[in-house]
Design a protein around this ligand. Structure first.
Ligand code: NAP
Length: 316
């Protein structure tokens, strides 16, 4: 990949940066020049940029793609491609790759971890122990996770991994997807509202598209109800965030575990005081093992493309 110009849209793992450099790539570090507007940066370096490495927050929109006439490939350091204009890439013959499978287990682990944290109030129990409050009395009783009905919005790779884990906790599993997968152990519901009305914990694990934007709206939140728990490890815009905040503040929803937010890194401050809410900063895939495997997948896809070999994980 000697002298291939790669626009890196986000501050990458040092390993990824080192490996791109070691392979002779010329890196255009978009994240290092926040003062320069993205399009201006692209236009200034348009003659050299043949590849973009983006992630779940920084992808390649139509204007960026238009500003880069030499662009050949977008290799995303994410499985979700909601930040990449896929129709535009198809139209221009630009290849697109993502990082499926390698992150599935970590994201599913986090979903279960969030559900247990919310229901057993682990973060506030931790604060209780550290503050010395325990000496004045026992911590409050919480709610059991084992055996509760788990509903999954989007039974894809991550959704299935969550279902598998929840089954080990004796949780009955139901799901909503665009089609009934006729799974022998899981119950299909034909609408998100129907799913929410029939589960205790609703986990968002679908891809973000125009159709799934705000798939968790007021009606879904109301169907989940004051004892229900929402877990979002999908994308922030899957959930109507003002509606979610209002429901939590007013006690119309039992709790929430959130890895993703509508306007990251902004987290609604109204949630900070709520013990029934657990907030983490989009860390679904953020383990050393997984991020290294994702970096290797990005490198493998770029190498395959520029050596004219089959891509490892082609999407376009
Ligand atoms: P996947 O295997 O492609 O699964 C995506 C699922 O979304 C499919 O089951 C699909 O089901 C469902 N879906 C698509 N459109 C839908 C619609 N209109 N209504 C209902 N369901 C719909 O992808 P994955 O690897 O499991 O990843 C899923 C998502 O997780 C990613 O797109 C990403 O947004 C998110 N993610 C988050 C993190 C994190 O750090 N929090 C990390 C990785 C991924 P049908 O085709 O049956 O409808």
């Amino acid at each position: 990949m000697d002298k291939i110009g790669v626009l890196v849209a986000f501050k990458p793992l040092p390993y990824l940066e080192q490996e791109l450099t070691r392979r002779g790539c010329r890196l255009f570090r978009l994240w290092e020049t926040p003062e320069s507007p993205v399009l201006e940066f692209c236009r200034q370096n348009a003659a050299d940029i043949q590849a973009i490495v983006g992630n779940s927050n920084y992808g390649a929109d139509a204007a960026m793609i238009d500003a880069l006439p030499k662009l050949e490939i977008v290799a995303s350091f994410s499985v979700g491609l909601d930040r990449v204009d896929l129709p535009k890439c198809k139209e221009r013959g630009i290849r697109v790759t993502n990082t499926p499978d390698v992150l599935t287990d970590d994201v599913a682990d986090l979903a279960i971890g969030l559900a247990i944290s919310v229901m057993r109030r682990i973060p506030s129990a931790d604060k209780y122990a550290r503050s010395g409050a325990w000496k004045k009395g026992e911590y409050t009783l919480t709610t059991r996770f084992s055996g509760k009905r788990v509903g999954i919005l989007g039974l894809g790779r991550i959704g299935l991994a969550i279902a598998k884990r929840a089954e080990a906790f004796d949780c009955p599993i139901s799901y909503y997807s665009r089609s009934d997968k006729s799974h022998p152990n899981y119950t299909y519901h034909s609408t998100p509202v129907d799913l929410a009305a029939n589960c205790d914990i609703l986990v968002v694990a679908c891809a973000l598209t125009e159709e799934t934007h705000h798939i968790v709206n007021r009606a879904v939140i109301d169907a989940l109800g004051p004892k229900g728990v929402l877990i979002n490890i999908g994308r922030g815009p899957h959930v109507d965030e003002p509606e979610l905040v209002a429901a939590l503040v007013e006690g119309r929803l039992g709790g929430a575990g959130l890895d993703v937010f509508e306007n990251e890194p902004h987290v609604p401050e109204e949630l900070f005081a709520l013990d029934n809410v657990v907030l983490v900063p989009h860390v679904g895939s953020a383990t050393i093992e997984t991020r290294t495997a994702m970096a290797d997948m990005v490198l493998g896809n770029l190498e395959a493309h520029f050596l004219k070999k089959p891509l490892l994980t082609p999407v376009v």
